[in-house]
Write a protein that binds this ligand. Structure first.
Ligand SMILES: Cc1ncc(COP(=O)(O)O)c(C=O)c1O
Ligand SMILES: Nc1ccccc1C(=O)C[C@H](N)C(=O)O
Length: 412
């Protein structure tokens, strides 16, 4: 590092002092320092809010313990779409009536991709990229086998992600649906959701975005972009807790055309009519299958209100500053030790995490976890630094990257 670099870059203390969202970090539960010194994995599991502990206790005592079965009539039957609408309003740019909550992300992806393929007669091709998260790829392989559809693969580009031109030569009159991640789980590449959606529509195909790594960190305008379907998880930047349920968005114009494949009573038009035949409910309720995971939906409500109070634009602004800082530190401290930054340098093409590659990073990550410095590792060589804007400080990033440098140089 040159002296010039040292003097040009603000210190982590200066960045924290200038951070308009710094006070929000107090809202998160803080384990004692022996357990945690730097949490860099909010993109895998967000931290709990302090208020969530009391709210869960009160849920047990009041809504569940006192109202008991009456809770379904009074509130819980509507919870999937009420919480869904709030996710839509606060984070997705989605008007009410287009978002619901339930199932795991994998199951929700299955339901939505199957519904999309079934709704496109004469079209039997699904497009996805080789670098997409395993569950997305596996589910599409399963659906292709089940429906006799074929898969058109976008070639892997691990240091980047999918650009509009990557669809050239693959998109056509046989394409039923295109499935892409808005932010790539490995590189953090942020796709041009609006441009790609428009291109997919020109070919008459449906567009499904996996929002797992963007929801709650990147502002979105799903309605404006004309997105057909989106699925995302709520345990990362929506801090819903381990295994909190997924959400699905279906554009109002597509809801009647889509029929999901797992016909359960809760997605039928009259669940308590105990009818002979399944008839799908109107609107988003048709995408529900079984009893909604109401308890597991509670923590995300607290985070949604915190995000609403500051706004997604402020969240994104901090996210950009955090990833810029993590890249600058990685360049100074890790690249000289042979590490390679494999995330986009252009902020407009980057979500809220970065990945740095080095052959020793699997061992480095294991050693860091013992010390309470928590990034994560994705094979073959990627150490991911996830920066959850409302809970991460610049000091934490500096401490974390310095610890990675120390572990790496000790092991070399
Ligand atoms: C892009 C992407 N899709 C899906 C998932 C997860 O699916 P599930 O919630 O079913 O484990 C993840 C992370 O776990 C992910 O990063
Ligand atoms: N759901 C999990 C359960 C256990 C451990 C990690 C996860 C993740 O979410 C991983 C994340 N989707 C990833 O991009 O690697």
């Amino acid at each position: 590092m040159t002296t010039a670099q040292q003097t040009q870059r603000p210190t982590s203390a200066e960045l924290d002092a200038a951070d308009p969202l710094a006070a929000q970090r107090e809202a998160f539960y803080a384990p004692d320092a022996a357990q945690l010194t730097s949490y860099l994995d909010g993109n895998s599991l967000g931290r709990p809010l302090k208020v969530t502990a009391g709210n869960l206790e009160s849920f047990v005592h009041r809504a569940w313990g006192s109202r008991l079965i009456r809770g379904w009539d009074e509130q819980w039957m509507d919870e999937p779409t009420v919480v869904g609408d709030r996710i839509g309003e606060v984070t997705l740019g989605a008007a009410a009536g287009q978002t619901t909550v339930g199932d795991s992300t994998s199951v929700m992806l299955y339901k939505m991709i199957r519904a999309a393929v079934d709704a496109q007669p004469g079209r039997d091709e699904i497009i996805i990229d080789r670098d997409n998260f395993p569950t997305d790829r596996f589910i599409i392989e399963g659906i292709a086998a089940e429906r006799g559809a074929s898969i058109k693969w976008i070639a892997a580009n691990p240091a980047s992600g999918v650009r509009s031109e990557d669809l050239d030569g693959l998109l056509g009159e046989k394409t039923a649906v295109v499935v892409l991640s808005h932010v790539a789980y490995r590189s953090g590449f942020l796709a041009d959701a609006e441009g790609i959606t428009a291109k997919v529509h020109q070919a008459g195909a449906l567009m499904l975005w996996d929002l797992c790594h963007s929801v709650g960190s990147v502002p979105m305008e799903l309605d404006k972009w004309g997105v057909d379907i989106a699925v995302g998880c709520t345990y990362k930047y929506l801090n819903g807790g381990p295994g909190s349920p997924a959400f699905a968005y279906v554009n109002a114009t597509q809801q009647d055309r889509l029929q999901q494949p797992i016909w359960g009573w809760m997605g039928a038009d009259n669940p308590f009519g105990m009818t002979d035949a399944y008839r799908p409910a109107q609107g988003m309720r048709r995408f529900i299958t079984g009893t909604p995971p109401v308890l597991a939906m509670q923590p995300m409500k607290d985070m949604l209100e915190l995000i609403a109070s500051v706004g997604m634009d402020a969240v994104r602004e901090k996210s950009i500053k955090l990833t810029e800082y993590a890249i600058a530190l990685s360049e100074e401290l890790l690249v000289p030790l042979g590490a390679e930054i494999v995330s986009p340098r252009n902020v407009a093409e980057r979500g809220s995490h970065i990945t740095v590659d080095h052959p020793l990073f699997a061992d480095v990550t294991a050693r860091l976890w013992e010390k309470g410095v928590i990034p994560d590792f994705r094979p073959p060589h990627g150490l991911r630094i996830g920066l959850s804007p409302l809970s991460t400080s610049f000091a934490e990033v500096e401490l974390g990257v310095a610890a990675i440098r120390d572990a790496l140089s000790e092991m070399q």
